[in-house]
Design a protein around this ligand. Structure first.
Ligand code: GAP
Length: 516
């Protein structure tokens, strides 16, 4: 099945099974805003717990923070967001649709990459094991021609983006005959900068109100509280502050479901270090964060680093951790060495010292900062894309059937355990209810007695429940039940008294954290 179709099915599955709903759906929705349903909220909470515990529990020099969404407007002036948090936009005069000029160009370049990949795939099929991709790329005329075109556009594009040359961006669109996907015409306006921050009025009009912004990142709440936390927690450098919270961006190209949203959540950690040691810490955090991702067991080959060549003016190193989504490798997390830029700016704009006295060095300085920043929603999409599987099952009579299963790591699964009486009589429901009653203090359990046992298993597979317990007539005789494993579909008989220990070992976050 084409990856595009897999993605469409995944989005439909999220809605059908109570994971993600379009926001305000009965009013036809609100673009790029989503609500999390009964299972979605559990998965999201489990992702957040995995991140929080890996930062705050596992590091005795990292503490948490929960800063307000509303902040003094000068913060965004100091951070550079008021002047520079922009996207270059272009309108098509015929369709009246607005696009990000950089995205139009990137999508055009992706077409050349697609053509090259198709040539390689065809050649791979033709030559089998003897295929030498490097040599093929260097010699095949069609690949070379496409690569040359791609490199040419990329060189112009990078230069224009680096120089914020809006006219040149438009010229690249014109020269490459890029058309509006809706009208199919090349009738473009000039390219203009558009600020991504949402603003609102703060205070009543009677006492005068002022314009403030909904935060576009949680990081600034950490920076402005840096000395509060350092002093009250008697923190010594190096130390970190971790925060999870909502962020808002008026994204123009908001597509691919919850990949790019206007309201989303971030998990950010700022790690304060001695100036000069930041690049060692940057490498250290790259390693730690990659391990956090791969520990989930979705296959190391599906992750990669994308080191930034073009660095933001405040950074001296930056990388993205990318995951292979159904629509290609894309950023899940950013790791930046942000120098002392933010603290220095806040010192200048607030007039308050943002320095730390280092007892070991006997001097005061503004620390340097390594930032790890990951979107909760994007991580959710990564997890659910990796977990979603349409599996073909061979039956004994030779025919086949399919099941949709979410192979979520047990700790992340919304429901850990479904408890099912085989029939709704003979005292079996009462035993099932008692098991749920006993275990619900430790795990999210679900009692399910509707439909055939096969249909109940499928329902639990579709929401990703790792374990199903079935109570049958043998249970009455020997106090045993069957436990059925989601991924293998194997079943085994175990005693009711041992259930808690068996499940606990498998779903405990400690098991996952110990891998880090
Ligand atoms: N403080 C640094 C910062 O905000 P960023 O690369 O703009 O850096 C960090 O964002 C992470 O936040 C991204 O890697 C992504 O996971 C998530 N993110 C950013 N914009 C998003 C959006 N519009 N929708 C969903 N997630 C987003």
């Amino acid at each position: 099945m084409a990856q595009e179709d897999v993605f469409k099915k995944l989005v439909a599955h999220c809605k059908e099974y109570g994971y993600v709903f379009p926001s305000s759906e009965i009013y036809d929705g609100l673009s790029a805003v989503y609500d999390y349903g009964q299972y979605g909220v559990e998965l999201k909470n489990n992702i957040k717990k995995y991140w929080w515990d890996s930062m705050v529990l596992l590091h005795d020099n990292i503490v948490g923070l929960d800063s307000a969404i509303f902040m003094h407007p000068t913060i965004w002036k100091a951070s550079g967001h008021v002047d520079a948090f922009n996207d270059p936009l272009i309108d098509n005069k015929d369709s009246k649709k607005r696009y990000r000029a950089d995205v139009l160009i990137e999508e055009h370049m992706a077409k050349f990459e697609e053509k090259i990949n198709k040539e390689i795939e065809k050649a791979m099929e033709r030559f089998g094991d003897a295929f030498d991709e490097k040599k093929f790329r260097e010699t095949n005329q069609r690949v070379l021609a496409n690569q040359e075109k791609l490199d040419e556009i990329n060189a112009r594009f990078s230069k224009a983006m680096n120089a914020t040359d809006l006219q040149e961006l438009r010229q690249i669109i014109i020269d490459n005959e890029i058309v509006c996907p809706i009208s199919g015409t090349r009738n473009w306006t000039e390219v203009k900068q558009f600020n991504l921050m949402f603003s609102t009025e703060f205070g009543s009009t009677a006492e005068g109100s002022s314009k403030i912004y909904l935060r576009p990142e949680t990081a600034q709440g950490i920076f402005v509280n840096f000395l509060n936390v350092q002093k009250t927690g008697r923190m010594k450098i190096p130390f970190g502050i971790a925060q999870i919270g909502k962020a808002f961006r008026n994204e123009i190209v908001a597509r691919q479901f919850i990949f790019r949203m206007r309201e989303f959540e971030q998990m950010e950690m700022q790690f304060f270090v001695q100036p000069g040691s930041e690049l060692d810490w940057f490498r250290h955090w790259k390693e730690i964060r990659m391990k956090w991702h791969t520990a989930l067991g979705f296959g190391d080959e599906n992750y990669r680093f994308h080191d930034h060549v073009k660095l933001a003016h405040y950074a001296n190193a930056a990388t993205d951790i990318e995951y292979k989504f159904p629509f290609g490798f894309k950023e899940v997390e950013g790791i930046h060495s942000r120098t002392d830029f933010d603290l220095k700016q806040h010192q200048q704009y607030s007039g308050k010292k943002m320095q730390y006295f280092d007892p070991e060095r006997g001097e005061s300085y503004i620390p340097y900062v390594i930032e790890t920043s990951i979107g909760v929603d994007r991580m959710f999409l990564q997890v659910i894309s990796a977990a979603y599987l349409e599996e073909e099952l061979k039956k004994e009579d030779g025919s086949s059937d399919t099941r949709v299963v979410l192979r979520l790591p047990s700790f992340l699964a919304p429901v850990k355990l479904a408890v099912m009486p085989l029939v709704k009589k003979d005292g079996l429901p009462e035993i099932a209810e008692k098991i749920v009653h006993d275990l619900k203090f430790d795990f999210n359990c679900q009692y399910d007695d509707k439909d055939s046992i096969g249909r109940r298993y499928r329902r639990q597979d579709a929401i990703g429940t790792p374990y199903c317990i079935t109570i049958d007539h043998q249970t009455i005789d020997d106090n045993t039940v069957t436990i059925r494993y989601r991924d293998t579909m194997l079943q085994e008989r175990v005693g009711i008294t041992g259930l808690k220990d068996i499940i606990f070992e498998k779903v405990s976050i400690a098991t996952l954290l110990k891998k880090l």
